[in-house]
Write a protein that binds this ligand. Structure first.
Ligand SMILES: Cc1cc2nc3c(=O)[nH]c(=O)nc-3n(C[C@H](O)[C@H](O)[C@H](O)COP(=O)(O)O)c2cc1C
Length: 213
């Protein structure tokens, strides 16, 4: 399939959908090599990622891997409380902006064209190194999807699930030769506002990804 076909855009209501290239299921890097080489990387070249990189990263975290909607990361009760946002600063063939990942169609829904970069570093308590990342992936959760079945214990399950998804992204980034760092230090309320989250959704974990220096 041609790249231009991958970047097919269509209007759905007033939103814009970007279909991602299908994820690759093979690579020259073994799981063991990815585990060995994963390291938090905060020095980025400022270079751009390809849309295929974005496709791999999002798929690794929450991509659907079965016809019944089960995903790359386990989910307590298969209730799938996690949501992923792509904050795209520097991706070929993708406008700067905030996007939401839709696992069922392996696509992005553009939320807006805001360049969050400088603001994001501030929201992460002035971690200025973040501004060099090509993309960030924010993992959030709608707690009610899990607590409706598991009560307060569901909160623990959601944190565990966010860890599964984040580690998948770290290993996938490593396999792609990219640098990634997980970030837990940020203003919850600030990110919630920046990403226009609904009142029942909460930001949990941020990953910064870029070309390694
Ligand atoms: C829950 C959690 C939160 C973290 N938050 C931050 C952060 O806000 N900023 C940062 O630079 N690194 C953050 N890190 C990355 C750690 O500093 C890093 O994992 C640690 O130094 C070990 O290095 P390694 O990841 O290269 O093995 C976080 C890691 C975890 C697990």
């Amino acid at each position: 399939m041609e790249k231009s076909e991958h970047v097919l855009e269509s209007h759905l209501s007033s939103t814009r959908i970007i279909y991602l290239p299908a994820p690759r299921k093979e690579s020259d890097v073994s799981l063991e090599q990815a585990l060995e080489n994963r390291r938090s990387t905060r020095d980025y070249t400022g270079g751009s990622l390809d849309l295929s990189d974005v496709s791999q990263l999002l798929w690794s975290a929450q991509g659907e891997t079965s016809t019944n909607g089960y995903r790359t990361a386990p989910s307590a009760g298969a209730l799938f409380p996690l949501e992923l946002y792509l904050l795209a600063m520097n991706v070929k063939d993708l406008k700067t902006g905030i996007y939401k990942y839709i696992p069922s169609t392996h696509s992005l829904r553009r939320q807006n064209n805001t360049d969050v970069n400088e603001g994001l570093a501030e929201l992460c308590f002035d971690q200025t190194w973040i501004t060099k990342a090509a993309v960030d992936i924010l993992i959030s959760a709608v707690y009610g999807r899990t607590t409706i079945k598991y009560g307060d214990r569901g909160i623990r399950y959601i944190y565990l699930e966010a860890g599964h998804a984040a580690q998948n992204i770290c290993l996938q980034a490593t396999a792609l030769g990219l640098g990634a760092t997980t970030v837990g230090a940020f203003s919850d309320q600030g990110l919630k506002l920046t990403l226009s989250m609904s009142s029942n959704e909460f930001p949990l974990y941020l990953l910064t990804i870029g070309k390694k220096l």
